[in-house]
Design a protein around this ligand. Sequence first.
Ligand code: B1M
Length: 211
Amino acid sequence: MLLEQLSLAIQRGRAKETVELVQTGLEQGISAQELLDQGLLAGMGVVGEKFKINEVFVPEVLIAARALNKGTELLKARLVAEGVKPIGTIVLGTVQGDLHDIGKNLVRMMLEGAGFAVVDLGVDVAPERFIAAVREHQPQIVAMSSLLTTTMGSQRLVMQALEEAGLRKSVKVMVGGAPVTQEFCDEIGADGYTPDAASAADMAKSFVVAA
Ligand code: B1M
């Protein structure tokens, strides 16, 4: 019951209610893992599905993500104490020359909502910064966003940099952004393209499950 209410609070983007329900849940002895999986992430999953079919739009997703963040903030210490680990690590960024970050931030929220730890490198990320982040964080996945036709080429440069650094085989690479296509993904040798943020989270999950 409380878990269902928590899921609904996320779907409705109610941050205050989310925090109250998480607090009550903890007081009732529900584990942080259950509150996370069956409450917060279940709610964000529903939002992601609705976003995919245009039943909700960017503002609703952002509001739901804000509520999710409030809820997870409260759970963080408990999750660490309970030894809960993220399902994988993803290095994410908008590629060099590109300053668009609204879509990339949605992708991050969906990935976090799916249980990943996301190292967000921000915008205008040069290939060498992707490489340094892969060396430092040893992610399972590198995810790149590009909103300009002129910066799609930067995704190719990251692929080349990964090869040259001998890191290509250690990660799956996902690409996306409005001008990016499956054809382009295949051409540069990336592992996956998705047209929207919710599908990106689904694909990322499938990569870590298959590994
Ligand atoms: Co710019 N801009 N912009 N812009 N801008 C576009 C992208 C453009 C299509 C507008 C147009 O001309 N109609 C056009 C690109 C044309 C092209 O190359 N094909 C354009 C241009 C030309 C430019 C400038 C060059 C303009 C200028 O200065 N002359 C300049 C470039 C700056 C730079 O990056 N170097 C520029 C600047 C800007 C602002 C700074 C003003 C601002 C960005 C603010 C910000 O991001 N913080 C901006 C904006 C807001 C837009 C539009 C209006 C909206 C983009 C957006 O946020 N969409 C856009 C026109 C439009 O789309 N109507 C436009 C909403 C967002 C949720 O969608 O990012 O596509 P999107 O993300 C989607 C999917 O693509 C996917 O998931 C998201 C949704 O689920 N996705 C992934 C994204 N990344 C993914 C990664 C994945 C998987 C899925 O896996 C890893």
